[in-house]
Design a protein around this ligand. Sequence first.
Ligand SMILES: O=C(O)CCC(=O)C(=O)O
Length: 284
Amino acid sequence: MLQFKDLTRDQAKELLFQETPSEILDRYNEPYPLEQEKIDYYLENGFIILKNVLDGETLRHARQVIQAAVLLRKEHDERKLKEKSAYEQSFLQCGYLCWDYPALKNFVFGKRFAGIARDLMNVDHARLWHDQALFKEPGGRSTDVHQDSSYWPVDKPELTTTMWLALNSVPVHKGSLYFYPQTHKPEMREYVDIFKNPHLPKHLKNKKPVESSLEPGDATFHTGLTFHGAGANQSQEYREGMTVIYIADGVKFDATDDRNATHTSCNGLEDGQIIDTQYTPRLT
Ligand SMILES: O=C(O)CCC(=O)C(=O)O
């Protein structure tokens, strides 16, 4: 059964509905110094690794509330790793946490993270697409290589970006992400069914990905088109990752691929409409 040190179910519930201390809120909203060369690197390669996106007490608080949310979401799942589907063995996936838990809303709506996303995408405003915690269990299998945009009904996948924040240390052997540089090109798009039938696209077979090895508080950002995956968790600890996914303001709902047309964030939209729903607020 899922357990985090010193965190009971009652404490988890309390934490998630408690007011976030003002110093922590301020830090979630403080700009991150992002040099132009980092933006240029991201635009050229389709991903970037950033140091110290969070630190100190703010990181400790964020980790605790995210652990609390994962604990409550998964408390009734008593299956052992080997009883789960191959997809579920890659990570415990807990999405849309910000809509259930006020403490998570404060984190997910943070302008620090959204500001980085906006600047990397090189646009005026960023909207929330969705959030998800992705914890890899000890012994959890690798995450198959894919492009996120394969699963998202958006007309401009290059104007989407995922922040993957390490809540604890995530070295390569704990299942850190790796990225195939310069694969965020429309001509390289290829649907990979990571739920049922994963494959490595042919054009990646001779390419070498760039590994990330993250300290707590470091984060990666990658575009919705960038091919990426993650290794297995060969450690005895959970790999604790939290993601927030952004779209540029003005991106439209593309319902032409019916594999994706029911995405929660697009509830009520017609094909071709600008994505502006109760679930996709403008954050910057
Ligand atoms: O956390 C993982 O193992 C995979 C994450 C991922 O694919 C993503 O955030 O786009």
